[in-house]
Write a protein that binds this ligand. Structure first.
Ligand code: PLP
Length: 373
């Protein structure tokens, strides 16, 4: 099996698993006031402090959740519920993951008004359009730092500057596909979400950065735990493993990026030479994500055909609704057929040149066979 779906999930690093197993021995409830509980609490505090140091934020600004979906829901709903008296207007994009867009649909059904910012052909949001949408009663602007289908990188710093003129508006950044792929200053946002299973850590764990001054209505009410914003017994081992994964992602960032940039260039050149394939990811997308359309072949069929040859790629993001056009591809191309025939290759420092060779060979065979029918 040749894996090209690292955007959906990454294999856990051995060092992360070792850290998990070691920390799992510290089993007591970190909320318990005895010495065993205190040992667990110290372990958690140390791991959260390390993550805060790596992210250049304060430990008290990190909220541990069950994944990026929960972190996005907590931010989007929590900020909107808190600011309900300030207004009901929200601005977002068609590039968002379903855990942001789904939370926004829920809020729309509750009476919030949502506006969607246009995306330019290069995948970046139209800043002038954003300016024209913002209002005194805009309470939330939610924009992903890197989208999971095309890999486009958004100008988070520029958006943050614009939002300074709108004191009622909070800025949520979904950084799930950014951590480990680009350098991002989380403090430009009011809240930012991510999850270690996207950078060789483990599933079932997510993190929400929340700027200290921001007040957030929790989704899960209960006791204080590590934070008042998310109740429940914290998972000592998952938090230790998250810190390890982040530590490795930061330390090996440059080396991994250079490698992936190189294989992305090779892959783009090869794909351009295959008749019927069109690259959708803009040139300035992260090199880890390459979105492609196959003329005359739906994305879902391409996934099946490649799977038959032992190759795993993805159609849209793993959690999105099947057999509908890709919203990000639609947003940049305005071409429904191209959006329906799109699919995603995702790359890693673990991808070999042989993997690339096998993918190219399979694509040549498929395109010759299917298009020649
Ligand atoms: N946000 C983005 C951009 C993602 O790519 C994903 C996962 O695909 C998520 C959020 C949800 O992450 P999780 O699976 O940790 O809930």
């Amino acid at each position: 099996m040749i894996y090209f779906d690292y955007t959906a999930d990454t294999p856990p690093d051995r060092r992360v698993l070792d850290r998990y197993i070691a920390a799992a021995q510290i089993f007591a409830n970190p909320n318990s006031a005895h010495s065993a509980g205190l040992e667990a609490r110290n372990e958690i505090d140390g791991s959260i402090s390390r993550m805060a140091e790596l992210l250049h934020v304060k430990p008290s600004e990190l909220i541990m959740t069950s994944g990026a979906s929960e972190a996005n829901n907590l931010a989007v709903k929590g900020l909107t519920f808190t600011d309900r008296r300030r207004g009901k207007h929200i601005v977002s994009t068609f590039l968002e993951h379903s855990s942001v867009s789904g939370a926004l649909t829920f809020l729309q059904e509750q009476g919030r008004e949502i506006d969607i910012v246009n995306v330019k052909p290069d995948g970046s949001i139209d800043i002038d359009h954003l300016r024209s949408l913002l209002r005194e009663d805009t309470v939330l602007c939610a924009v992903c730092a890197v989208d999971s289908e095309l890999g486009t990188v958004q100008p988070i710093g520029e958006i943050a500057e614009i939002l300074k003129d709108y004191p009622n508006c909070r800025f949520h950044v979904d950084a799930t596909q950014a951590v480990g792929k680009i350098k991002l200053d989380l403090t430009q946002a009011d809240t930012a979400s991510f999850a270690p299973h996207k950078f060789y850590g483990l599933k079932g764990c997510g993190i929400l950065y929340k700027r200290e001054e921001i007040v957030l209505e929790p989704l899960i009410h209960g006791g204080a735990s590590t934070t008042i914003y998310r109740s429940g017994t914290p998972d000592t081992a998952a938090i230790a493993a998250a810190a390890k994964a982040l530590d490795i992602a930061e330390r090996e960032f440059e080396e991994r990026l250079a490698y992936v940039t190189n294989i992305n260039r090779i892959l783009r050149d090869e794909i351009r030479n295959i008749p019927g394939l069109i690259i959708n990811s803009p040139e300035n997308a992260v090199p880890h994500i390459l979105n492609v359309s196959s003329t005359g072949i739906k994305g879902s069929r391409m996934q099946v055909l490649l799977n038959e040859k032992g190759i795993c790629i993805s159609v849209k993001s793993a959690c999105s609704v099947p057999n509908t056009p890709s919203r990000p591809v639609m947003a940049i191309t305005h071409d429904r057929r191209r959006a329906l025939s799109s699919w995603r290759i995702s790359l890693s420092h673990l991808t070999t040149e042989q993997d690339i060779g096998a993918l190219i060979k399979a694509l040549q065979e498929i395109m010759e066979h299917e298009v020649g029918k």
